[in-house]
Design a protein around this ligand. Structure first.
Ligand code: 2P0
Length: 326
């Protein structure tokens, strides 16, 4: 029986987005991305390899899940077995500390935690950058969740060169995100399939890659300067260009609901009234508002005209991965 190892990874929100692969097997992105890891949402996963098992056993919130639903995780465990020489199947127990079905990037924290717990349980002792490369094979956004604060995922050109690194951690200036958790309808298309369709069919894709690379340079500088206004402006523009790709795909799709547009409008109105706040959106209806802590109360009050207090979650920069051997 292997060591029992638990890892805790926080989710991250991209400020310059990843939206398209150039190699689906190695999970190499078309462009680099920059994110902020959040304190409030995280996944805890424990892994133990056991000789008596005849298949991997994956539990989500203490419920054993069907093999078909666990396929992406067991394929990832195969990769760890291949690298480590660990011959056994594993028991995996994972708990997502995110509001139920909020769709707040649980694959980022999920695969980061699985990479860390799984590799250590299998006897590998990986550096943070090696862990980031491994997490990438599970889900692109997981590449960045190894690190706390601001992180940058370098697109790279092969397995060795595509990894994230910390840009700024800890974050010693005032930046927060308010997650506006909106009721999800059935997701129109998964992230993986959505971005593949965009790369294959959007005539605007080359312009996206070009502008994303420019956004990366500007965002790096804005973070170094601790400049909330620039971080917010670049992030908002970048997010809307990503969603414009979805609208320009064939067939077109989008992740917005009516409430998404209400939240966007509320941010625009707040900004028009002098409050320094910006929005970003990922592959779901939720809106994340980038702001300073001092403005949080006025933003919360304004949003509560439209949304219940329980739908508004204030988050701060969060830490990188932590690993415990039992
Ligand atoms: C990101 N998103 O940079 C972008 C922005 C959502 C919008 O990465 O196919 O679950 O597993 O690599 O990482 C969500 O997609 O997709 C995502 P795969 P992933 O955070």
């Amino acid at each position: 029986m292997s060591k029992l190892v638990t890892a805790k990874a926080h989710t991250n929100i991209a400020l310059v987005k990843y939206w398209g692969k150039k190699d689906a097997h190695l999970m190499l992105p078309q462009n680099g991305s920059i994110s902020l890891t959040l304190d409030h949402f995280y996944t805890e996963t424990s892994v133990q390899f056991q000789p008596e098992l005849t298949a991997d056993q994956v539990y989500f919130d203490n419920q054993l899940i069907a093999p078909a639903k666990a396929a992406r995780m067991t394929t990832f465990l195969d990769l760890i077995r291949q690298r480590s020489g660990q011959p056994n199947f594993a028991t995996v127990r994972t708990t997502n500390h995110v509001p139920t079905s909020a769709g707040l990037a649980s694959s980022a924290s999920g695969f980061a935690a699985l990479a860390a717990a799984g590799s250590r349980a299998a006897g590998l002792d990986l550096t943070p950058i090696e862990l980031s490369r491994l997490a990438r094979r599970g889900s692109g956004s997981a590449t960045r969740s190894i690190f706390g604060g601001f992180a940058e995922w370098h697109a790279g050109h092969d397995d060795a060169s595509s990894y994230a690194e910390p840009l700024q951690d800890p974050v010693d200036w005032d930046i927060q995100m308010i997650a506006v958790v909106l009721k999800a309808t059935k997701k129109p298309i998964s992230s993986t399939a959505g971005m593949a369709r965009v790369v294959a069919t959007s005539p605007y894709y080359p312009a996206w890659v070009q502008t994303a690379n420019h956004d990366l340079d500007e965002m790096r500088q804005a973070i170094l300067n601790k400049d909330l206004t620039s971080v917010g402006e670049i992030a908002e523009t970048n997010a809307m260009r990503m969603h414009a790709l979805n609208l320009s795909a064939k067939p077109a799709f989008n992740y917005f609901t009516a409430d998404t547009l209400t939240a966007i409008k509320a941010v625009q109105d707040l900004r028009a009234s002098g409050v320094n706040c910006y929005y970003t959106l990922d592959a779901g209806p939720n809106v994340k508002i980038i702001c300073a802590g001092q403005d949080t109360p006025v933003i919360m009050t304004a949003l509560q005209r439209y949304f219940a207090a329980a739908q508004l979650i204030v988050t701060k920069p969060g830490p990188g991965i932590s690993i415990t051997e039992h």
